[in-house]
Design a protein around this ligand. Structure first.
Ligand SMILES: [Zn+2]
Length: 511
């Protein structure tokens, strides 16, 4: 029995909700614990404190039937979705604002509760017009707004002309003066002033800047010299679309780069005598050294098109704590196959999840969802479910400096949640991942045929569940056993909660 959005929304008292009969993803483990949340504050509560300390009874108890609760997913590279492209400026900017809102409301049904709207390389006026709509949007903490922007990701235009990918070469800039060129391109109000740290755990959205991350090639112009200026504004500097050598990439990391944009794609390939950008993942701070520079985080597109599954596995093994799955999704997510107009007069071709230039020669992003990327990762690497989920929750949150607010189920964090199951893809019980409005007539829909009565295949009796925390590998069906390693398991999304309110339930969509 589940509680509906309506009953939660009209809860008369403190709005305390207890999620029970569930497993929580905590670090690398699944914990058989209840989760207490507040629909009023939108935060995760300390269950011990709330129940035993405050003697509080929940206003609603939601039985999740043995399913798994994950923090909401975070996508740090999304160019658009549902036919809307962040990089295309309409005549009427009101339409732009509506389009951003539409993306947020569609995206949340895919489990992505926060994201970085990403602009590909554009002319200066595009940044000046659009960035005001793409900044952090969660200040009002309204669940009905859907997925929340954590700030814009400006991918380009200070990138290598030799590694431009689908970006138009005509708009690329070289930054001969360094940071002043970035100010001129993006706009002073979008870059802000140096110093005061704008994000903190207590109030992450205090006076937020519209830009959260900039992808630029460190070897272009004086970009390398601009890195400290960028990071002093609490903007992430990410290496990408770059010909950087190992030495240039290392210097960028020492100057403050903490991220690599879609590792391996649009960059100099690994060479055994010069490992290039990938080589910086091999950096480990010397124990005796005062230089505490860490290897950077890195984005990986696990769509089966951009990278070979083994490459994904190698990247993960090189630096598991830096590994972040991204979709690099194009506006074609959720649209039928065909030829579409893109930015700067180009046309792009969508065939299944593959999105390429019109001549099929250049990959132009993906049309995959983040949960589908996670399913690929789960099957390709043999990682456990918690390890898989970490790549789309806690790791991106930490990269953004929001590790106590997002991507975690610890008390005090935002109650952005995904309720999920893992099913055997071969048993016919799996379906679409919730893009757009689910097709209620389709035999693909999954709500009516769970893999077992426990809801997620765990098979752990209720009497043994509460208060126990156990290694996932000990739970049948979820451990990275040889038997399951390369067979098809699928992560299935059943519910999404935003700021403590349920905003999507697959079961409701079937009615
Ligand atoms: Zn790119």
């Amino acid at each position: 029995m589940t509680t509906t959005l309506h009953s939660i929304a009209t809860a008369p008292t403190a709005g305390v909700i207890k999620l029970t009969n569930c497993f929580l993803i905590k670090g690398d483990e699944l914990a058989a614990e209840d989760l207490w949340i507040s629909s009023r504050t939108g935060k995760i509560l300390d269950g011990q404190d709330t129940f035993y300390g405050g003697q509080t009874l929940p206003d609603a108890t939601v039985d999740l039937g043995g399913r798994i609760v994950s923090p909401g997913f975070i996508d740090v590279q999304l160019n658009g979705a549902f036919g809307f492209d962040f990089s295309v400026v309409p005549e009427d900017l009101e339409h732009y604002s509506q389009g951003v809102r539409r993306v947020g409301q569609g995206l949340i049904k895919t489990g992505v509760t926060s994201y970085l709207p990403t602009l590909t390389s554009q002319r200066s006026e595009v940044y000046h017009k659009t960035l005001r709509y793409l900044g952090p949007s969660g200040g009002a903490r309204r669940a009905e707004d859907g997925s929340e922007s954590l700030g814009a990701h400006c991918e380009g235009p200070f990138i290598s002309p030799g590694k431009h990918g689908i970006h138009s070469r005509d708009v690329l800039l070289s930054a001969p003066r360094g940071f002043p060129d970035l100010v001129e391109c993006y706009g002073k109000s979008n870059l802000g002033d140096a110093a005061p740290i704008r994000d903190n755990d207590d109030d992450p959205f205090a006076a937020p800047l519209p830009i959260k991350m900039i992808t630029a090639a460190p070897e272009v112009g004086r970009i390398a010299a601009a890195i400290p200026e960028i990071t002093s504004r609490n903007i992430i500097y990410s290496i990408g679309h770059s010909e950087a050598t190992f030495e240039e990439a290392t210097a960028a990391v020492e100057a403050g780069a903490t991220m690599i944009t879609h590792l391996f794609n649009a960059m100099r390939p690994l060479h055994h005598r010069n490992p290039g950008i990938f080589g910086v993942l091999g950096r480990k701070p010397e124990p005796a050294s005062t230089n505490t520079t860490r290897p950077p985080y890195f984005g990986i597109i696990a769509d089966g098109q951009h990278l070979h599954p083994t490459t994904v596995k190698i990247a993960y093994n090189a630096h598991p704590d830096g590994f972040i799955l991204v979709t690099d999704a194009t506006p074609l997510v959720g649209l039928p196959d065909g030829l579409y107009d893109a930015t700067n007069g180009m046309r792009i071709l969508k065939r299944g999840i593959a999105v390429t230039s019109e001549d099929s020669k250049t990959i132009a992003g993906s049309s995959i969802t983040l949960i589908e990327c996670a399913t690929n990762f789960l099957n390709w690497t043999g990682s456990s479910l918690p390890q898989t989920i970490k790549t789309i929750t806690l790791t991106p949150a930490k990269m953004l400096g929001l590790g106590n607010v997002k991507g975690t189920l610890e008390s005090g964090a935002d109650a952005d949640l995904v309720v999920l199951r893992v099913v055997d893809a071969a048993d016919g019980a799996v379906a679409s991942t919730g893009i757009g409005e689910p097709d209620t007539s389709s035999s693909q829909d999954l709500g009516d045929k769970a893999p077992d009565t426990a809801g997620n295949g765990l098979g752990v009796p209720e009497s043994q569940r509460q208060g126990r925390r156990k290694s996932e590998s000990a739970i049948p069906g979820l451990g990275p056993t040889e038997e399951h390693r390369y067979t098809g398991r699928k992560i299935v999304l059943d519910q999404v909660w935003k700021f403590g309110r349920k905003v999507f339930d697959r079961a409701d969509c079937k009615e």
